[in-house]
Design a protein around this ligand. Structure first.
Ligand code: LIP
Length: 274
């Protein structure tokens, strides 16, 4: 895709992320109509659905030839049709559980892939007014200030993020708890905050050194993968191999050695692919 086209994609995504963020912020303090998806803790609200509909509609006006993958469209039965075509991969409200509880760690995440590679990432937390963005080869930014990972290589000096997730599956929950036990004993600190995309931004900005999770989806990680790598971090599989956008597993780290060390410690869980 030409440089000018990618610049138009980024500027359009930034504009729409801010507008979508306004929708999230308006609803944030109000009573929410919460609906259930795969389990009693896998939630969706009218805001999730309205934001995704808004973003798809506005992006299609500018980029009618592009393809679209969204969390709520897939939940409604759409297939994850992942091709080499320019594809917008969107989580309208990442951290929906946080949003429902008015816990201010929630965002809209807008990623763009070309030839199946993430090239643009825009992640906006409207409650804290934190706009993260990155374009492949052009750096990563928080509110237009360049961000970089901490570069830390020592696990005992690292703040590590691990998510409990929403799955009721015993095998997955056992894996989550075992990995938390392992890491709490070795890291400087351990956090669980409820938003994949924002967790990735915390690593990118040097506020944390590592985040890992199995059970997320392509729309959770597509934008964050660009933000982390453009901030000088690594994005790999939880077992240490190459990152696979549809694998539903991610590990991002402030340095390659830290990422590989933690990957070697983790108990692995393999959810069905997207
Ligand atoms: C969430 C992820 C989070 C994960 C939750 C949930 P959602 O995405 O951001 O990392 O632990 O289970 O999948 O559903 O709020 O868009």
């Amino acid at each position: 895709m030409a440089e000018a086209d990618l610049e138009l994609c980024l500027s359009t995504a930034l504009k729409l992320a801010r507008e979508a963020g306004g929708m999230i912020k308006d609803a944030f303090k109000k009573k929410k109509n919460v609906m259930l998806k795969a389990s009693p803790i896998d939630l969706v609200t009218e805001t999730d659905e309205a934001v995704e509909k808004f973003l798809f509609s506005e992006l299609r006006k500018v980029f009618p030839q592009h393809r679209y993958i969204g969390e709520e469209s897939v939940a409604a039965g759409a297939k994850v049709d992942f091709t080499d075509a320019p594809t917008w991969i969107i989580d309208p409200v990442d951290g929906t559980m946080n949003f429902v509880h008015s816990f201010p760690f929630t965002c809209v995440s807008i990623g763009l892939t070309v030839n199946k590679e993430p090239v643009i990432g825009v992640i906006y937390n409207p409650i804290l007014d934190h706009m993260y963005h990155a374009r492949k080869g052009h750096g990563a930014f928080l509110n237009d200030e360049k961000i970089t990972v901490s570069g830390e290589t020592d696990l005992s000096k690292s703040l590590v993020i691990g998510e409990m997730g929403t799955s009721p599956i015993p095998e997955k929950r056992e894996c989550v708890f075992e990995n938390a036990r392992i890491l709490v004993g070795k890291a400087h600190g351990f956090r669980s905050l409820g938003s994949c995309a924002l967790n990735m931004c915390l690593v990118a900005s040097g506020a944390a050194e590592l985040y890992h999770e199995a059970g997320i989806h392509c729309w959770d990680v597509a934008a964050g993968a660009v933000v982390v790598t453009e901030a000088g971090g690594v994005v790999i599989d939880t077992a240490g191999g190459e990152f696979d956008l549809l694998s539903r597993r991610v590990l991002c780290a402030s340095s390659p050695s830290l990422g590989q060390e933690v990957a070697s410690l983790l108990h692995q869980y393999q959810p069905p692919r997207d």
